[in-house]
Design a protein around this ligand. Sequence first.
Ligand code: KG4
Ligand code: ZN
Length: 336
Amino acid sequence: MSETLILGIETSCDETAAAVVADGNKMHSNIIASQIEDHCKFGGVVPEIASRKHLEIINDVVAQALAEAGVTFADLSAIAVTHGPGLVGALLVGVNAAKTLAYALDKPLVAVNHIFSHVAANFLVHHIEFPAVCLVVSGGHTSLLYMTSRFDAVLLGATRDDAAGEAFDKVARVLGLGYPGGPAVDRAARNGDSSAFVFPRAFSGQDEVFNFSFSGLKSAVINTLHNLRQKNEVVNTADVAASFQHAVVEILVEKTRAAARSKQAQTVLLAGGVAANSLLRRRLAQALEQDGRRLLYPPMELCTDNAAMVAAAGYDLFKRQKFAGLDLNATPVLDI
Ligand code: KG4
Ligand code: ZN
């Protein structure tokens, strides 16, 4: 039997990406054009610039993904695209490119939830034993999911305000570490004392609560810096970064561990841009190992936005014939 070849397209934020994946787990190509340089001078993603950049290069990125995979449009089984959540103008570029291809080629179109596609990055590199609990931590989302298959996911809890990655980006900005903030805080924290400052951990100790909140933590860091600067005291950037990162990681580990225990899930998946955080990977793996559970996460390059994960998630929708119509629209706010 021939392979099921899915072209994935991702434009939900500041990466223009296209990839070809076979049978939901074999990555034939994975092209990512990052716009970081266009946004870093503004200290964050500028939505209008993001959509314009996507528009300029989407056709080239798709062409490169096909060329690298050594396939033509005719070989594709379906087109999968991120339709939300994300920046509406950015999403629209990918959605319209995918709809145009599906119509012109007369191929099925599948619409993929961005949060779920981060989870699916794990399917590209691991064989997953279900049931599993999955922590999705990115710039826009912090959610705990309970999964009984590659396709079936129930939301256990999510952030009530800022996403963990958003907090990393804001704290990096006030510390003058630049954008994107997560990797910069991760690096700075390596030379810092994580017990120098005690920052709040929302919902800690509430075992059956799987929600998060990071806005209080973010404000606590900003207030601490403000007070130190007002008193003309020297700010030890590494100590602030390490103490902040420690607070985020501790609460993520506590809630994920509690969710895995509550659901008796042997497998725990980590996904999203913040899954690249070195302390989170280490601490979560240690905690779960103590409980006899297995932690799986994608390699760094598949943690942040890419289209291979979209194609992997799209494969399961395709197999279940969950096709989207040509009236598909971008959905900036979308639950799991
Ligand atoms: O998944 P992603 O590429 O985009 C969204 O869907 O949001 O995640 C980007 C987020 C940013 O907030 C970035 O600062 C964060 O992931 N991030 C990290 C690290 N690498 C990326 N956060 C903490 N530590 C890292 N090493
Ligand atoms: Zn993402």
